[in-house]
Write a protein that binds this ligand. Structure first.
Ligand SMILES: Nc1ncnc2c1ncn2[C@@H]1O[C@H](COP(=O)(O)OP(=O)(O)OP(=O)(O)O)[C@@H](O)[C@H]1O
Ligand SMILES: Cc1ncc(COP(=O)(O)O)c(N)n1
Length: 556
């Protein structure tokens, strides 16, 4: 029932306040890139198709090999064009071979002649000639999201870019949305000394952003004076968003920059802007750094573990979604859902459903407000607070746009078992769902609560996308309503709710994860019932008038 129109409203309502490009929208503002593709929607690609243009590392920790693992770990389909074959391992670089630029172009064209690229990550370009050829290709085939990792020197200290080719890398900035230099690379791009403090690094990031109209991911991996921390920041002409993380005490940092930039490139087509993509990628990278040593790869600076969330620790929502596969199929088969898609649903049944939806949203808003209160960080707090606010906006909108159309009495008829006395009463099905949510809000943890509220986003985004693809909306009585179900904005909010749930799941132990799963599955069952009541809820008798209070003894 839920927040799908909420997310839709998010775009409309926030425009006057937040309509200016956000700091992380990139140089062209929020409209520079086309609307996000709804990956996994019918008829569309199931995953973002991400191209890495970079050098190789036969030991698999950096370059293209790392990029492909990182892309896969973030749900992308990875492709790779090789700029340079590098004989290296965890101890250093021995030799490299750079194929001629014509062969690079042949590889690039082989991809762009055949495949749509949703995001591009550029890593080691090795020589000026490679950078120029790549620039020429980009001038014609620029993908919607371009991340440039201006690789110059390896962790081992070996050069990966020809001396004198810095200008050519700088020229690629014109084709990039986000550039991800480490501190020495940032200094080279600006032709300034290396920043000694985090504040200086941020200033340099701002100068680079202004000079080239690009978003800059300033990385604190090489920073000395911040003990225990490894902060990064997304810096644009509009401002700076810092993303802090604990420093992992490890030698195994080979390929961190490659892995991070590939992760961000893969997440960007799946997220609203650069900040959430970087936040998620960095959180993942910190886990990958922690798990790196256990791989026992090499005797030098070993790689990070790109697969640390796979296997037993794979994303919580992945397993939870599989658990409710039957319920999801059952939702599709409901008379209500089929009638909605076909346009054959009785208007009175639709009105009853909407009246219950409005009642539900009022309660759901309170529950989202509680999730905001419990949220562990500002981004989650804002996400749920916005959701809570928009639920109320949508509830009012439902009354104004939809329930007015059918008349409060008819909705009330359905809701009060035929009493026909105006406002709808909460049905037992609606009450059971909101009771469940409020119980988790009252006594569950943040992790359990986000799992409980997730189905209201995710099931609707999922059903919405399929309804939209199937239904012919021309002259359809519920066209407006179905369009809100399939709105990509809503799918984005659902993705975010899912990512927050996964982040919460990663921070708790197995017992709490089991409670999260239970809360999630229960909410899914309530969602199914909520749809089902639209066509199969019997009227229930209106309550009898309250018995008159007995008069207290001794009066008169
Ligand atoms: N020891 C660490 N603990 C936590 N995060 C780290 C650590 N070292 C690097 N990082 C993070 O890894 C990412 C890459 O940062 P870094 O500044 O090392 O870039 P880089 O030098 O381009 O990487 P690479 O080592 O691949 O060349 C950043 O998000 C940074 O904060
Ligand atoms: C092909 C290639 N690209 C990038 C790096 C940088 O990674 P790191 O600095 O972690 O060695 C590398 N070593 N090899």
């Amino acid at each position: 029932m839920g927040p799908r129109p909420v997310a839709r409203r998010e775009r409309v309502v926030s425009a006057p306040l937040g309509g200016a490009p956000s700091p992380a929208d990139g140089p062209g503002g929020p409209d520079a890139a086309p609307d996000r593709v709804l990956f996994g929607a019918p008829g569309g690609p199931s995953r973002p198709r991400v191209l890495s243009v970079a050098g190789t590392d036969p030991t698999g920790g950096a370059g293209i090999q790392a990029d492909l693992k990182s892309i896969a770990a973030h749900g992308g389909y990875g492709m790779a064009v090789v700029t340079a074959l590098v004989a290296q391992n965890t101890r250093g670089v021995r030799a490299s071979h750079v194929p001629n630029p014509a062969f690079l172009r042949a590889q690039l064209d082989a991809v762009s002649d055949d495949v749509t690229v949703d995001a591009l990550k550029i890593g080691m370009v090795a020589t000026e000639a490679v950078a120029r050829e790549l620039g020429a290709w980009l001038a014609v085939h620029r993908p919607p999201h371009v991340v440039l990792d201006p690789v110059m020197v390896a962790t081992s200290g070996d050069r990966l870019l020809d001396g004198g080719a810095e200008d050519a890398v700088r020229s690629l900035l014109a084709h990039a949305d986000l550039v991800t230099p480490n501190l020495p690379e940032l200094a080279v791009l600006l032709d300034e000394p290396v920043a000694a403090t985090w504040a200086e690094a941020l200033d340099q990031g701002a100068r680079l952003a202004r000079r080239h109209g690009v978003a800059v991911l300033v990385k604190g991996g090489h920073l000395a004076g911040e003990p225990g921390r490894s902060p990064d920041a997304v810096v644009t002409v509009e401002g700076t968003v810092e993303i802090d993380a604990a420093r992992v005490a490890t030698l195994h940092t080979h390929g961190t920059g490659c892995s991070l930039s590939a992760a961000v490139a893969t997440l960007r087509p799946q997220r609203d802007d650069w900040v959430p993509a970087v936040r998620e990628a960095k959180e993942w990278l910190t886990g990958a750094l922690r798990a790196g040593a256990a791989l026992q790869v090499g005797t030098g600076n070993g790689p990070v573990d790109h697969a640390h969330l796979q296997g037993s620790a794979r994303a919580f929502t992945h397993g939870a979604w599989e658990q409710v596969a039957d319920l999801r199929a059952a939702c599709d088969e409901l008379v209500f859902v089929r009638g909605l898609a076909a346009g054959t649903l009785e208007p009175a049944q639709f009105a009853f459903y909407l009246a219950q939806d409005a009642l539900y949203l009022r309660e759901y808003s309170r529950v989202l407000a509680r999730a905001s209160e419990l949220a562990p960080d500002r981004e989650a707090q804002e996400f749920f607070a916005r959701g809570a606010h928009h639920c109320l906006a949508v509830e009012s909108d439902l009354h104004r746009r939809w329930l007015g159309r059918y008349g409060p009495t008819r909705a009330g008829d359905a809701g009060t078992g035929g009493a026909g006395t105006g406002a709808a009463a909460t049905s037992p099905v609606t009450a059971a769902y909101t009771d469940h949510l409020r119980a988790v809000a009252a006594s569950g943890s943040y992790a359990e609560l986000v799992a409980a509220v997730l189905p209201c986003y995710w099931l609707y985004a999922d059903i919405g996308a399929r309804l939209l693809a199937r239904a012919d909306l021309d002259g359809h009585p519920y066209a407006d309503w179905i369009a809100t179900y399939g709105d990509p904005e809503f799918a984005r909010a659902s993705d975010r709710a899912r990512a927050l749930t996964d982040a919460a799941a990663r921070s708790v132990g197995p017992a709490e994860r089991a409670r999260m799963l239970e809360a999630f599955v229960r909410s899914c069952r309530h969602e199914w019932l909520f749809f089902a009541q639209g066509t199969s809820m019997p009227s229930w008798p209106a309550p009898s008038p309250a018995a008159a209070e007995p008069e207290p003894a001794g009066v008169r």
